[in-house]
Design a protein around this ligand. Structure first.
Ligand code: C2E
Ligand code: CA
Ligand code: CA
Ligand code: CA
Length: 266
């Protein structure tokens, strides 16, 4: 049409059909309820090596494809809008588990749950969070919501209002993948944020790359000066732990301490 043409190959057709099928299967998984799981990855204090929290990470135990990671279905869950329902479920499920851990473990300070940009910007997220806390009677300060810079930056005015509403519930707020989005120092001043989560891409190079080390050190200092906490993600080696501890990074998360697993297994 319009004096143009587009190539439509069998490969593209197959990709589209695969995606539509996966979407239908995810819809069914949500209805059935037992294929979606949360795995939990420990977060460890750099000062005393205690496990102080967990990040809840989504898994899909697909009937034929096996255990899928968010990498395999998150883009589709976002574009189809299914992430809203999944996210609502994940909040309740993570709060349930957090309540159990809280009763058993006095070192426990947080259950971190990821919020996607779509959830943050379009769903009734304040009600979802309020509801999860009410249903599980989890003390609000034990729930930390991880939000990426890109989710916030798409509509700054609304985001500020929303962050303050979430903060009013008493939950903690973390900026996820800090340093990789459209970081603006201005929002650190104006937003009610508790924690900066230093992105794995900086942690990867921290031991051998002076620039990565300088960025990580500067983020920790910035957070300290603003009264914010810091957590490093993707810590895999002892040398990274030693350097981050020396820098004053509060908490550490990564394969060095444990991969995400079911809580039963943990
Ligand atoms: P993220 O929030 O940045 O989560 C960290 C990812 O890094 C996780 O991948 C985790 O398993 C992985 N990871 C942790 N430590 C290490 C390490 O030492 N080395 C390496 N190589 N990787 C490490 P995962 O579980 O596949 O999750 C991928 C992304 O999917 C997450 O990135 C997050 O953006 C998204 N996601 C996961 N669960 C949820 C959820 O419940 N809701 C939403 N909206 N997004 C989720
Ligand atoms: Ca995260
Ligand atoms: Ca992250
Ligand atoms: Ca990351």
């Amino acid at each position: 049409g319009k004096n143009g043409y587009q190539l439509f190959s069998h490969d593209m057709h197959k990709t589209l059909m695969d995606r539509l099928q996966l979407e239908a299967e995810l819809r069914e998984a949500i209805t059935l309820g037992d294929q979606l799981k949360l795995h939990y990855q420990p977060q460890v204090s750099s000062t005393n090596d205690n496990v102080v929290g967990y990040e809840a990470l989504l898994r899909w135990n697909h009937p034929t494809k096996g255990m899928l990671s968010p990498f395999d279905f998150m883009a589709m869950a976002e574009s189809s809008g299914l992430i809203i329902q999944i996210g609502e479920w994940a909040l309740i499920e993570a709060c349930k588990k957090a309540k159990k851990i809280h009763v058993a473990d006095s070192n426990f300070t947080r259950m971190a749950v990821n919020l996607s940009a779509l959830q943050f910007n379009h769903a009734n997220i304040v009600d979802h969070v309020k509801n999860a806390l009410l249903l599980t009677s989890l003390p609000a300060h034990l729930l930390e919501l991880e939000i990426t810079e890109s989710a916030i930056i798409s509509n700054v005015e609304d985001a500020i209002a929303l962050l303050f509403k979430l903060k009013e519930l008493g939950v903690q707020l973390a900026i996820d993948d800090f340093g990789t989005g459209y970081s603006s120092l201005n929002y650190l001043k104006n937003f009610p944020i508790d924690t900066l989560k230093i992105d794995k891409s900086f942690i990867d190079g921290i031991v051998h790359n002076q620039k990565d080390a300088a960025i990580a050190r500067t983020i920790v200092q910035l957070a300290l000066n603003l009264g914010l906490g810091t957590i490093a993600e993707g810590v895999e080696h002892v040398e990274q732990y030693e350097l981050l501890k020396e820098m004053g990074c509060n908490d550490l998360q990564g394969y060095l301490y444990g991969k995400p697993v079911s809580l039963e297994r943990f």
